[in-house]
Design a protein around this ligand. Structure first.
Ligand code: FAD
Length: 411
Protein backbone atom coordinates (compact mmCIF):
# COMPACT_ATOMS: atom_id res chain seq x y z
CA UNK A 1 0.00 0.00 0.00
CA UNK A 2 1.42 3.39 -1.02
CA UNK A 3 1.70 6.18 1.54
CA UNK A 4 0.69 9.57 0.14
CA UNK A 5 1.45 12.80 1.97
CA UNK A 6 -0.32 16.05 1.27
CA UNK A 7 1.14 19.11 2.92
CA UNK A 8 -1.81 21.24 3.09
CA UNK A 9 -5.36 21.73 4.06
CA UNK A 10 -6.09 24.57 1.68
CA UNK A 11 -8.22 24.38 -1.45
CA UNK A 12 -5.62 22.59 -3.59
CA UNK A 13 -4.77 19.97 -0.98
CA UNK A 14 -8.43 19.28 -0.22
CA UNK A 15 -9.20 18.68 -3.88
CA UNK A 16 -6.11 16.48 -4.39
CA UNK A 17 -7.09 14.24 -1.48
CA UNK A 18 -10.75 14.04 -2.53
CA UNK A 19 -9.81 13.10 -6.10
CA UNK A 20 -7.47 10.33 -4.99
CA UNK A 21 -10.04 8.90 -2.58
CA UNK A 22 -12.83 8.90 -5.15
CA UNK A 23 -10.78 7.38 -7.93
CA UNK A 24 -8.79 4.59 -6.29
CA UNK A 25 -9.37 1.25 -4.64
CA UNK A 26 -9.29 1.14 -0.86
CA UNK A 27 -6.22 -1.14 -0.58
CA UNK A 28 -4.12 0.94 -2.97
CA UNK A 29 -3.05 3.79 -0.73
CA UNK A 30 -3.30 5.63 2.56
CA UNK A 31 -3.37 9.43 2.60
CA UNK A 32 -1.81 11.59 5.30
CA UNK A 33 -2.72 15.23 5.40
CA UNK A 34 -0.54 17.55 7.44
CA UNK A 35 -1.97 20.91 8.33
CA UNK A 36 -0.59 23.24 10.93
CA UNK A 37 -4.00 24.75 11.64
CA UNK A 38 -6.46 22.81 13.76
CA UNK A 39 -9.11 23.10 11.04
CA UNK A 40 -9.00 22.79 7.23
CA UNK A 41 -9.72 25.33 4.50
CA UNK A 42 -9.32 28.53 6.51
CA UNK A 43 -8.66 30.64 3.44
CA UNK A 44 -11.49 29.02 1.47
CA UNK A 45 -13.89 30.07 4.22
CA UNK A 46 -12.87 33.73 4.12
CA UNK A 47 -12.69 33.90 0.32
CA UNK A 48 -15.14 36.19 -1.43
CA UNK A 49 -15.91 38.03 1.80
CA UNK A 50 -16.95 34.77 3.52
CA UNK A 51 -19.26 33.79 0.64
CA UNK A 52 -16.52 31.89 -1.25
CA UNK A 53 -16.42 32.88 -4.87
CA UNK A 54 -15.22 29.41 -5.80
CA UNK A 55 -15.04 29.65 -9.58
CA UNK A 56 -16.32 31.59 -12.57
CA UNK A 57 -19.21 31.31 -15.00
CA UNK A 58 -16.89 32.16 -17.91
CA UNK A 59 -16.94 29.20 -20.28
CA UNK A 60 -14.90 30.52 -23.19
CA UNK A 61 -11.39 29.18 -22.70
CA UNK A 62 -9.69 32.10 -24.41
CA UNK A 63 -11.53 34.68 -22.32
CA UNK A 64 -10.89 32.68 -19.16
CA UNK A 65 -7.15 32.39 -19.77
CA UNK A 66 -6.95 36.11 -20.54
CA UNK A 67 -7.81 36.69 -16.85
CA UNK A 68 -4.45 35.27 -15.74
CA UNK A 69 -1.49 37.63 -15.50
CA UNK A 70 1.04 34.84 -15.16
CA UNK A 71 1.01 31.13 -15.99
CA UNK A 72 -2.01 31.01 -18.37
CA UNK A 73 -0.14 28.72 -20.77
CA UNK A 74 0.79 26.35 -17.99
CA UNK A 75 -2.66 26.07 -16.39
CA UNK A 76 -4.47 25.68 -19.75
CA UNK A 77 -4.15 21.90 -19.72
CA UNK A 78 -5.46 21.56 -16.18
CA UNK A 79 -8.44 23.76 -17.07
CA UNK A 80 -9.05 21.45 -20.03
CA UNK A 81 -9.45 18.57 -17.55
CA UNK A 82 -11.23 20.49 -14.79
CA UNK A 83 -12.91 23.51 -16.32
CA UNK A 84 -15.01 26.00 -14.34
CA UNK A 85 -18.10 24.15 -15.60
CA UNK A 86 -16.72 20.82 -14.38
CA UNK A 87 -15.83 22.47 -11.09
CA UNK A 88 -19.41 23.65 -10.64
CA UNK A 89 -20.76 20.21 -11.54
CA UNK A 90 -18.35 18.63 -9.07
CA UNK A 91 -19.49 20.73 -6.13
CA UNK A 92 -23.16 20.46 -7.04
CA UNK A 93 -22.87 16.69 -7.31
CA UNK A 94 -21.33 16.76 -3.84
CA UNK A 95 -24.39 18.47 -2.40
CA UNK A 96 -23.68 22.24 -2.68
CA UNK A 97 -26.14 24.15 -4.88
CA UNK A 98 -24.37 27.04 -6.63
CA UNK A 99 -25.42 30.30 -8.23
CA UNK A 100 -23.72 32.40 -10.87
CA UNK A 101 -24.04 36.15 -10.35
CA UNK A 102 -24.28 38.62 -13.22
CA UNK A 103 -20.55 39.40 -13.13
CA UNK A 104 -19.87 35.66 -13.59
CA UNK A 105 -18.77 35.01 -10.02
CA UNK A 106 -19.99 31.66 -8.68
CA UNK A 107 -21.00 31.21 -5.03
CA UNK A 108 -22.81 28.62 -2.94
CA UNK A 109 -26.54 29.48 -2.89
CA UNK A 110 -26.18 29.69 0.90
CA UNK A 111 -23.50 32.43 0.57
CA UNK A 112 -21.50 30.49 3.17
CA UNK A 113 -17.93 29.44 2.33
CA UNK A 114 -18.03 26.83 5.04
CA UNK A 115 -20.38 24.74 2.85
CA UNK A 116 -17.48 24.25 0.45
CA UNK A 117 -15.13 23.04 3.14
CA UNK A 118 -17.84 20.81 4.57
CA UNK A 119 -17.93 18.85 1.30
CA UNK A 120 -14.42 17.68 2.03
CA UNK A 121 -15.02 17.05 5.71
CA UNK A 122 -17.94 14.77 4.82
CA UNK A 123 -15.89 12.99 2.19
CA UNK A 124 -13.00 12.39 4.58
CA UNK A 125 -15.44 11.06 7.19
CA UNK A 126 -16.81 8.65 4.59
CA UNK A 127 -13.31 7.41 3.73
CA UNK A 128 -12.01 7.64 7.29
CA UNK A 129 -10.10 4.34 7.07
CA UNK A 130 -8.09 5.59 4.13
CA UNK A 131 -7.01 8.95 5.38
CA UNK A 132 -5.26 10.29 8.49
CA UNK A 133 -5.80 13.95 9.26
CA UNK A 134 -2.75 15.36 11.05
CA UNK A 135 -4.37 18.69 11.93
CA UNK A 136 -2.31 20.96 14.17
CA UNK A 137 0.87 19.18 12.98
CA UNK A 138 3.00 21.43 10.78
CA UNK A 139 5.73 19.94 8.61
CA UNK A 140 9.31 21.03 9.36
CA UNK A 141 11.21 19.36 6.54
CA UNK A 142 10.94 16.99 3.59
CA UNK A 143 13.87 14.83 2.48
CA UNK A 144 13.92 12.67 -0.60
CA UNK A 145 15.88 9.65 -1.70
CA UNK A 146 15.27 6.98 -4.36
CA UNK A 147 11.96 8.58 -5.38
CA UNK A 148 10.62 8.28 -1.83
CA UNK A 149 10.36 10.85 0.97
CA UNK A 150 10.82 11.42 4.67
CA UNK A 151 8.53 13.98 6.29
CA UNK A 152 9.54 15.44 9.65
CA UNK A 153 7.12 17.22 11.93
CA UNK A 154 7.53 18.32 15.58
CA UNK A 155 5.95 15.00 16.61
CA UNK A 156 7.42 12.35 14.34
CA UNK A 157 9.20 11.37 11.14
CA UNK A 158 7.08 9.64 8.48
CA UNK A 159 8.00 7.77 5.30
CA UNK A 160 6.04 8.52 2.18
CA UNK A 161 5.98 7.27 -1.42
CA UNK A 162 4.32 10.30 -2.91
CA UNK A 163 4.31 13.92 -1.71
CA UNK A 164 2.02 16.77 -2.81
CA UNK A 165 3.06 20.29 -1.79
CA UNK A 166 0.17 22.75 -1.68
CA UNK A 167 1.39 25.11 0.98
CA UNK A 168 0.48 28.44 -0.60
CA UNK A 169 2.78 31.39 0.15
CA UNK A 170 2.29 34.01 2.82
CA UNK A 171 -0.70 36.01 1.61
CA UNK A 172 -2.97 36.43 4.66
CA UNK A 173 -0.39 34.56 6.75
CA UNK A 174 -2.69 34.34 9.79
CA UNK A 175 -4.58 31.65 7.85
CA UNK A 176 -1.46 29.45 8.07
CA UNK A 177 0.15 30.24 4.73
CA UNK A 178 3.55 31.27 6.02
CA UNK A 179 5.60 30.44 2.97
CA UNK A 180 7.15 27.18 4.25
CA UNK A 181 6.74 25.61 0.81
CA UNK A 182 9.54 27.90 -0.37
CA UNK A 183 12.10 26.01 1.69
CA UNK A 184 10.53 22.63 0.88
CA UNK A 185 10.66 23.27 -2.88
CA UNK A 186 14.29 24.36 -2.70
CA UNK A 187 15.32 21.40 -0.58
CA UNK A 188 13.80 19.20 -3.30
CA UNK A 189 15.93 20.93 -5.99
CA UNK A 190 13.25 23.14 -7.43
CA UNK A 191 13.84 26.75 -8.33
CA UNK A 192 11.55 29.42 -7.04
CA UNK A 193 10.78 32.50 -9.14
CA UNK A 194 10.76 36.02 -7.84
CA UNK A 195 7.91 36.43 -5.33
CA UNK A 196 5.62 39.38 -4.85
CA UNK A 197 2.34 40.35 -3.24
CA UNK A 198 -0.54 40.54 -5.71
CA UNK A 199 -4.17 41.64 -5.58
CA UNK A 200 -3.65 44.29 -2.94
CA UNK A 201 -5.01 47.78 -2.31
CA UNK A 202 -2.69 50.79 -2.61
CA UNK A 203 -1.89 53.76 -0.42
CA UNK A 204 -1.92 56.97 -2.47
CA UNK A 205 -0.70 60.48 -1.69
CA UNK A 206 -3.58 62.51 -3.24
CA UNK A 207 -5.47 63.74 -0.17
CA UNK A 208 -8.52 64.90 -2.17
CA UNK A 209 -9.41 61.33 -3.11
CA UNK A 210 -9.01 60.19 0.54
CA UNK A 211 -11.80 62.59 1.42
CA UNK A 212 -14.04 60.72 -1.02
CA UNK A 213 -13.65 57.49 0.95
CA UNK A 214 -16.39 54.99 0.13
CA UNK A 215 -17.05 56.35 -3.35
CA UNK A 216 -17.15 53.55 -5.92
CA UNK A 217 -17.01 53.73 -9.70
CA UNK A 218 -18.74 50.90 -11.48
CA UNK A 219 -16.25 50.83 -14.34
CA UNK A 220 -13.18 53.03 -14.04
CA UNK A 221 -10.04 52.76 -16.12
CA UNK A 222 -6.30 52.58 -15.47
CA UNK A 223 -4.38 51.99 -18.72
CA UNK A 224 -6.59 49.55 -20.62
CA UNK A 225 -7.89 47.89 -17.47
CA UNK A 226 -11.59 48.55 -16.89
CA UNK A 227 -13.11 47.43 -13.59
CA UNK A 228 -14.85 48.77 -10.50
CA UNK A 229 -12.69 51.06 -8.37
CA UNK A 230 -13.21 52.07 -4.76
CA UNK A 231 -11.73 55.26 -3.28
CA UNK A 232 -10.79 54.83 0.37
CA UNK A 233 -9.40 56.92 3.22
CA UNK A 234 -5.92 55.55 2.46
CA UNK A 235 -5.98 55.26 -1.34
CA UNK A 236 -7.61 52.85 -3.78
CA UNK A 237 -9.10 49.38 -3.50
CA UNK A 238 -11.48 47.09 -5.39
CA UNK A 239 -10.97 45.01 -8.54
CA UNK A 240 -9.24 47.74 -10.58
CA UNK A 241 -6.70 48.36 -7.79
CA UNK A 242 -6.13 44.59 -7.49
CA UNK A 243 -5.58 44.26 -11.23
CA UNK A 244 -3.11 47.12 -11.14
CA UNK A 245 -1.24 45.45 -8.29
CA UNK A 246 -1.12 42.24 -10.30
CA UNK A 247 0.78 44.11 -13.04
CA UNK A 248 3.15 45.63 -10.50
CA UNK A 249 3.55 42.50 -8.36
CA UNK A 250 7.31 42.42 -8.70
CA UNK A 251 8.00 46.14 -8.62
CA UNK A 252 9.24 48.02 -5.60
CA UNK A 253 6.61 50.57 -4.62
CA UNK A 254 7.13 52.64 -1.50
CA UNK A 255 7.62 56.24 -0.42
CA UNK A 256 11.06 56.28 -1.99
CA UNK A 257 9.84 54.56 -5.17
CA UNK A 258 6.35 55.95 -5.78
CA UNK A 259 4.54 54.98 -8.93
CA UNK A 260 2.18 57.32 -10.76
CA UNK A 261 -0.81 55.84 -12.58
CA UNK A 262 -3.64 57.72 -14.28
CA UNK A 263 -7.28 56.87 -13.93
CA UNK A 264 -10.54 57.86 -15.58
CA UNK A 265 -13.70 57.53 -13.52
CA UNK A 266 -15.85 56.34 -16.45
CA UNK A 267 -14.10 53.78 -18.62
CA UNK A 268 -16.27 54.43 -21.67
CA UNK A 269 -15.57 58.18 -21.65
CA UNK A 270 -12.14 59.16 -22.89
CA UNK A 271 -10.94 62.62 -23.91
CA UNK A 272 -13.02 62.66 -27.11
CA UNK A 273 -16.26 61.67 -25.38
CA UNK A 274 -15.76 64.24 -22.58
CA UNK A 275 -15.04 66.97 -25.14
CA UNK A 276 -18.20 66.14 -27.07
CA UNK A 277 -20.26 66.09 -23.88
CA UNK A 278 -18.86 69.36 -22.50
CA UNK A 279 -19.20 71.19 -25.83
CA UNK A 280 -22.84 70.15 -26.08
CA UNK A 281 -23.56 71.11 -22.45
CA UNK A 282 -21.74 74.45 -22.67
CA UNK A 283 -23.67 75.34 -25.83
CA UNK A 284 -27.10 74.24 -24.63
CA UNK A 285 -26.90 75.15 -20.93
CA UNK A 286 -25.04 78.45 -20.65
CA UNK A 287 -26.54 79.11 -17.19
CA UNK A 288 -25.53 75.78 -15.65
CA UNK A 289 -22.53 75.73 -13.31
CA UNK A 290 -19.73 73.33 -14.18
CA UNK A 291 -20.36 71.12 -11.14
CA UNK A 292 -23.99 70.64 -12.17
CA UNK A 293 -22.85 69.76 -15.70
CA UNK A 294 -20.37 67.17 -14.44
CA UNK A 295 -22.99 65.76 -12.09
CA UNK A 296 -24.87 64.59 -15.20
CA UNK A 297 -22.17 61.94 -15.52
CA UNK A 298 -20.32 61.78 -12.18
CA UNK A 299 -21.28 61.46 -8.52
CA UNK A 300 -21.77 64.97 -7.08
CA UNK A 301 -19.15 64.41 -4.32
CA UNK A 302 -16.59 63.54 -6.95
CA UNK A 303 -17.51 66.41 -9.27
CA UNK A 304 -17.21 68.92 -6.42
CA UNK A 305 -13.91 67.58 -5.14
CA UNK A 306 -12.47 67.33 -8.66
CA UNK A 307 -13.27 70.96 -9.54
CA UNK A 308 -12.03 72.14 -6.12
CA UNK A 309 -8.75 70.27 -6.64
CA UNK A 310 -7.99 71.31 -10.22
CA UNK A 311 -10.16 74.24 -11.28
CA UNK A 312 -11.18 76.29 -8.20
CA UNK A 313 -11.34 79.46 -10.28
CA UNK A 314 -14.26 78.23 -12.41
CA UNK A 315 -16.38 76.81 -9.59
CA UNK A 316 -18.88 79.66 -9.66
CA UNK A 317 -18.69 80.94 -13.23
CA UNK A 318 -20.92 80.03 -16.19
CA UNK A 319 -19.68 78.02 -19.21
CA UNK A 320 -19.65 81.10 -21.41
CA UNK A 321 -16.66 82.38 -19.43
CA UNK A 322 -14.81 79.07 -19.47
CA UNK A 323 -12.29 79.07 -22.29
CA UNK A 324 -11.39 76.24 -24.70
CA UNK A 325 -8.11 75.48 -22.94
CA UNK A 326 -9.77 74.92 -19.58
CA UNK A 327 -12.54 72.82 -21.16
CA UNK A 328 -9.94 70.67 -22.92
CA UNK A 329 -8.01 70.28 -19.68
CA UNK A 330 -11.14 69.06 -17.90
CA UNK A 331 -11.71 66.54 -20.71
CA UNK A 332 -8.11 65.43 -20.62
CA UNK A 333 -8.08 64.88 -16.87
CA UNK A 334 -11.44 63.10 -16.72
CA UNK A 335 -10.82 61.15 -19.89
CA UNK A 336 -7.38 59.80 -19.19
CA UNK A 337 -5.20 61.75 -16.91
CA UNK A 338 -6.18 62.04 -13.22
CA UNK A 339 -2.95 61.13 -11.48
CA UNK A 340 -2.78 58.78 -8.53
CA UNK A 341 0.58 58.41 -6.80
CA UNK A 342 0.94 54.91 -5.38
CA UNK A 343 3.20 55.15 -2.33
CA UNK A 344 2.82 51.62 -0.96
CA UNK A 345 0.77 48.46 -1.03
CA UNK A 346 -1.58 48.20 1.89
CA UNK A 347 0.48 46.01 4.28
CA UNK A 348 -0.70 42.39 4.65
CA UNK A 349 -3.61 43.07 2.33
CA UNK A 350 -2.68 40.96 -0.69
CA UNK A 351 -4.95 38.06 -1.62
CA UNK A 352 -2.40 35.95 -3.45
CA UNK A 353 1.29 35.60 -4.18
CA UNK A 354 2.69 36.26 -7.62
CA UNK A 355 5.50 33.93 -8.54
CA UNK A 356 6.54 30.70 -6.80
CA UNK A 357 7.65 27.29 -7.96
CA UNK A 358 8.96 27.55 -11.51
CA UNK A 359 6.32 25.95 -13.73
CA UNK A 360 8.97 24.97 -16.32
CA UNK A 361 9.95 22.28 -13.83
CA UNK A 362 6.43 20.84 -13.52
CA UNK A 363 4.51 18.70 -16.00
CA UNK A 364 1.38 20.71 -16.88
CA UNK A 365 -0.53 17.49 -17.72
CA UNK A 366 -0.04 15.94 -14.28
CA UNK A 367 1.40 18.54 -11.84
CA UNK A 368 4.28 16.12 -11.18
CA UNK A 369 7.75 17.52 -10.78
CA UNK A 370 10.03 17.00 -13.78
CA UNK A 371 12.97 16.99 -11.37
CA UNK A 372 11.80 14.66 -8.63
CA UNK A 373 9.60 11.66 -9.38
CA UNK A 374 6.49 11.27 -7.18
CA UNK A 375 6.60 14.88 -6.07
CA UNK A 376 3.60 17.05 -7.02
CA UNK A 377 2.69 20.72 -6.65
CA UNK A 378 -0.80 22.27 -6.74
CA UNK A 379 -2.56 25.55 -5.93
CA UNK A 380 -1.11 28.95 -5.22
CA UNK A 381 2.35 27.41 -4.85
CA UNK A 382 2.46 27.36 -8.68
CA UNK A 383 3.61 30.43 -10.54
CA UNK A 384 0.10 31.12 -11.85
CA UNK A 385 -2.08 34.01 -10.75
CA UNK A 386 -5.03 36.01 -12.00
CA UNK A 387 -6.05 39.64 -12.35
CA UNK A 388 -8.47 39.40 -9.47
CA UNK A 389 -9.03 36.99 -6.58
CA UNK A 390 -12.05 35.69 -8.49
CA UNK A 391 -9.93 33.28 -10.49
CA UNK A 392 -7.52 31.92 -7.86
CA UNK A 393 -9.52 29.06 -6.41
CA UNK A 394 -10.15 27.68 -9.90
CA UNK A 395 -6.35 27.22 -10.17
CA UNK A 396 -6.37 25.29 -6.88
CA UNK A 397 -9.31 23.03 -7.75
CA UNK A 398 -8.03 22.27 -11.27
CA UNK A 399 -4.39 21.63 -10.34
CA UNK A 400 -5.44 19.60 -7.28
CA UNK A 401 -7.80 17.52 -9.41
CA UNK A 402 -5.14 16.87 -12.07
CA UNK A 403 -2.54 15.88 -9.46
CA UNK A 404 -5.07 13.59 -7.74
CA UNK A 405 -6.01 11.87 -11.00
CA UNK A 406 -2.39 11.28 -11.95
CA UNK A 407 -1.52 9.88 -8.54
CA UNK A 408 -4.59 7.65 -8.73
CA UNK A 409 -3.48 6.31 -12.11
CA UNK A 410 -0.16 5.19 -10.61
CA UNK A 411 -1.65 3.13 -7.79
C1 FAD B 1 -9.13 37.59 1.84
C2 FAD B 1 -9.04 36.69 0.65
C3 FAD B 1 -10.11 36.60 -0.23
C4 FAD B 1 -10.02 35.79 -1.35
N1 FAD B 1 -11.11 35.68 -2.18
C5 FAD B 1 -11.06 34.84 -3.23
C6 FAD B 1 -12.21 34.63 -4.05
O1 FAD B 1 -13.27 35.19 -3.81
N2 FAD B 1 -12.10 33.77 -5.10
C7 FAD B 1 -10.95 33.10 -5.38
O2 FAD B 1 -10.92 32.32 -6.35
N3 FAD B 1 -9.84 33.27 -4.60
C8 FAD B 1 -9.88 34.10 -3.54
N4 FAD B 1 -8.77 34.27 -2.75
C9 FAD B 1 -7.54 33.50 -3.06
C10 FAD B 1 -7.69 32.04 -2.64
O3 FAD B 1 -8.33 31.96 -1.39
C11 FAD B 1 -6.30 31.39 -2.54
O4 FAD B 1 -5.65 31.53 -3.78
C12 FAD B 1 -6.43 29.91 -2.21
O5 FAD B 1 -7.17 29.70 -1.03
C13 FAD B 1 -5.04 29.30 -2.06
O6 FAD B 1 -5.20 27.95 -1.74
P1 FAD B 1 -3.97 26.97 -1.61
O7 FAD B 1 -4.54 25.63 -1.34
O8 FAD B 1 -3.05 27.10 -2.76
O9 FAD B 1 -3.14 27.54 -0.37
P2 FAD B 1 -3.62 27.98 1.10
O10 FAD B 1 -5.06 28.21 1.21
O11 FAD B 1 -2.68 29.08 1.45
O12 FAD B 1 -3.38 26.70 1.93
C14 FAD B 1 -2.13 26.27 2.35
C15 FAD B 1 -2.32 25.51 3.64
O13 FAD B 1 -1.08 24.93 3.96
C16 FAD B 1 -0.90 25.02 5.35
N5 FAD B 1 0.53 24.99 5.63
C17 FAD B 1 1.44 25.94 5.30
N6 FAD B 1 2.67 25.57 5.72
C18 FAD B 1 2.50 24.34 6.31
C19 FAD B 1 3.38 23.43 6.94
N7 FAD B 1 4.68 23.67 7.08
N8 FAD B 1 2.85 22.26 7.42
C20 FAD B 1 1.54 22.00 7.31
N9 FAD B 1 0.67 22.83 6.74
C21 FAD B 1 1.13 23.98 6.24
C22 FAD B 1 -1.54 26.33 5.73
O14 FAD B 1 -1.93 26.33 7.09
C23 FAD B 1 -2.73 26.42 4.79
O15 FAD B 1 -3.89 25.90 5.39
C24 FAD B 1 -8.82 35.07 -1.62
C25 FAD B 1 -7.75 35.16 -0.74
C26 FAD B 1 -7.84 35.96 0.37
C27 FAD B 1 -6.66 36.04 1.31
Amino acid sequence: MKQITIIWAGAAGLMTAATILENTESESCHIHIFEKNKTPGNKVIISGGGRCNLTTGIEDKKILLSKYTRGADFIRKAFGKFSPRKCREWFESHGVPLKCEKDNRVFPVSDDGYDIVEVFEKLFAKYRNRITLHYGEGVDSILSWNSAFQITTKKWTYDSDIVVITTGWNAYSHTGSTGDGYAFARSLWHTVTQLGPSLSSFLTSEKWTHELSGLAFESAKIWDLQWPLLLTHFGISGPLAFMTSSWFAWETIDKNHPKIVHFSPISTMGYIEWEAFLKEQFANHPKKLIISILTEKLPRRFAEAFIREYFTSIETIYPVSIGKVIRENISKLLGEWIPLTLTDRRPGDEFVTAGWVNTDEIDAETMESKIQKNLYFAGEVLNVDGFTGWFSLQICWASGYVAGRDIGSKL
